[in-house]
Design a protein around this ligand. Structure first.
Ligand code: NA7
Length: 539
């Protein structure tokens, strides 16, 4: 495949992948398996991507471990025994290292390799990629598996650099342990990361002040160790599990329910809500009453049930009220799943600051000043989220045909076809990026990796080395995403619309058509002999 015209444009590899997260590792494996030469660049010092950087205490899956992990290899599935239904970060990192070694991928990986620019050369149909250390790699195909939650967001709070204590972002957590023992700690942010961290460090600290701008609808994760009987059942059921994960609309094993809320009596509904409260992770969305996300009255009743639970757990009524969302319904934002979160607020060391009532004025040398005064801290943790979806791609200096910057092409929001390619950027793919997942991420991102790999193989088999999506296909897909953006439960309160980043275009960043739409379109592309792409030969 490395057919080139001049030595200057000789490619180092067929496929250059950026990012050693779950998607990038799988893409490297698939590219190698398909017979391409491949290299993977990773900005971090090790394997894991999101699961490398987000190593804060309490970081764990909220999809079941064996549904989030790889399912391409039966032997791998059988060999790796997850300890818990929802694995914690250290186990996840161990697993991803195990996969890399088991499939002999490490020798194709370069760590501490930060991409600063990527320029497309139309004459040779290659990508010239420059790294932070000035070194260059030229590749036929560039695949950015750079993740959607990989650029941490720090709010523009003045004085952040003045603070003399320790500061951390949950998404940039250091590899060395952070000592919380007897420290006065502030946690800013109560999204999925903050609410995982808070109960885990609560006992260690001298004091813990939680700065909350918006309360979330948190429900129990209901994690548990996987018993040896369950391990045996998982192994025995592998083929069925794989089939369900590969075909279900959300990529989970949870079954959908067949009843709407008011099909049931008051008593039956109450029992059902208890069952949901005690069910694992995302079952609370997928196995819930069919109308809970669409019928306001149905949603309100479920919210009332959660609010009652919060009031029954949190002893201080004023704190309980502050922890109950008043501005959005369940499912309008990505709901966090928790272990001991509400209970932690009964610990006298915890206090809650409502940032809507008393916003942060600035960070000082010794603490945080709000409208209510200054509190002093030894450690500040920013659990303030990410520049979701487009953040990493926007920072890679990507330029396509006629040096068009990706940021310019996407000035009004991302434009993609299937969330894998964008017009004017031939031979560039971005699985697991904008317009990607609408469910259990690795399943959906894996679909994209499989499709990309099949497309590269198709091009190779037909003697083409240039693949570029037709602008009309891009427009059709992007229109579909925008048109259906409000059809699901997420609203602009969710960072899935980019609303958490000042100045970012308000555009839906997931695939609003969901996995069935992706499958349908992939089938159509294949049936039409890849007509959605312009395939050509360079030189
Ligand atoms: P999230 O879910 O984006 O949460 C970020 C939190 O930080 C959230 O509570 C925000 O409040 C808060 N935040 C953001 N900016 C500010 C400012 N300026 N002041 C105060 N508070 C702020 O990120 P996570 O890391 O928790 O979770 C990300 C994903 O990881 C999650 O969805 C899962 O997929 C796993 P807000 O709600 O915006 O008022």
């Amino acid at each position: 495949m490395c057919r080139v015209t001049t030595a200057e444009h000789a490619t180092d590899v067929d496929v250059l992948i950026v990012g050693a997260g779950i998607t990038g590792i799988y893409q490297l494996h698939r590219a190698r398996e398909a017979g391409f030469t491949a290299q993977l660049l990773e900005a971090g010092g090790g394997v894991g991507g999101t699961w490398y950087w987000n190593r804060y205490p309490g970081a764990r899956f909220d999809s079941e471990s064996y549904t989030y992990a790889y399912i391409f290899s039966k032997e791998l599935f059988e060999k790796w025994e997850w300890r818990e239904h929802f694995a914690e970060q250290p186990e996840i990192e161990r697993y991803l290292n195990h996969v890399v070694d088991r499939f002999d991928l490490r020798r194709h990986m370069r760590f501490n390799a930060n991409v600063t620019s990527a320029l497309y050369d139309a004459a040779s149909s290659t990508w010239a990629v420059v790294l932070g250390d000035g070194s260059k790699v030229r590749a036929r195909f560039l695949i950015a598996a750079t993740g959607v939650l990989s650029v941490p967001h720090f709010p523009a709070v003045s004085g952040r650099d003045d603070f003399r204590g320790e500061q951390y972002h949950t998404g940039l957590w250091p590899a060395r342990p952070v000592d919380f023992e007897n420290k006065r700690v502030a946690v800013i942010g109560t999204g999925s990361s903050g609410v995982q961290l808070i109960p885990v460090i609560a006992d260690e600290v001298a004091s813990l002040t939680v700065y909350q701008r918006t309360a979330n609808w948190c429900t129990p994760l209901n994690n548990a160790p996987i018993t040896s009987d369950e391990q045996a059942r998982l192994r025995a059921d592998f083929e069925a599990i794989r089939e369900t994960l590969n075909t279900s609309p959300h990529g989970f094993l949870h079954r959908t329910h067949d009843r709407a809320t008011f099909d049931d009596s008051n008593e039956a509904r109450r029992a059902f809500y208890e069952k949901m409260w005690n069910s694992p992770g995302f079952a609370k969305l997928i196995s819930h009453y069919t109308d809970v996300m669409v019928d306001e009255t149905a949603n309100a009743e479920w919210c009332d049930f959660i609010a009652e639970k919060v009031r029954s757990i949190v002893k201080d009524p004023a704190t309980a009220e502050e922890l109950i969302p008043k501005d959005h319904r369940f499912g309008e934002k990505r709901p966090p799943f928790v272990t001991g979160y509400y209970e932690a607020f009964n610990n006298p060391k915890l206090s809650l600051v409502d940032l809507k009532a008393t916003p942060i004025v600035r960070v000082t040398e010794s603490g945080i000043e709000t409208a209510a005064g200054v509190r002093e801290f030894d450690i500040i943790v920013w659990a303030t989220g990410f520049d979701f979806g487009t953040g990493a791609l926007a920072r890679m200096g990507i330029r396509g045909r006629r040096r068009l910057a990706l940021n310019e092409h996407w000035a009004d929001g991302p434009k993609t076809f299937l969330g894998v390619q964008t017009a004017g950027f031939p031979n560039f793919f971005f699985p697991g990026g904008p317009h990607a997942a609408a469910g259990n991420n690795p399943r959906y991102n894996g679909d994209q990796v499989d499709f990309i790999t099949d497309t590269l193989v198709y091009a190779r088999d037909h003697g083409y080395d240039t693949i570029e999506v037709d602008p009309a296909a891009e427009e059709r897909w992007t229109d579909m995403v925008d048109r259906n953006a409000t059809a699901g439960s997420f609203t602009e309160a969710s960072y899935y619309f980019g609303t958490n980043i000042p100045g970012k275009p308000r555009k839906y960043l997931l695939n609003s058509g969901g996995r069935p739409k992706l499958f349908k379109e992939i089938d159509r592309v294949i049936a039409n002999d890849y007509k959605a792409f312009r395939l050509s030969r360079s030189g």
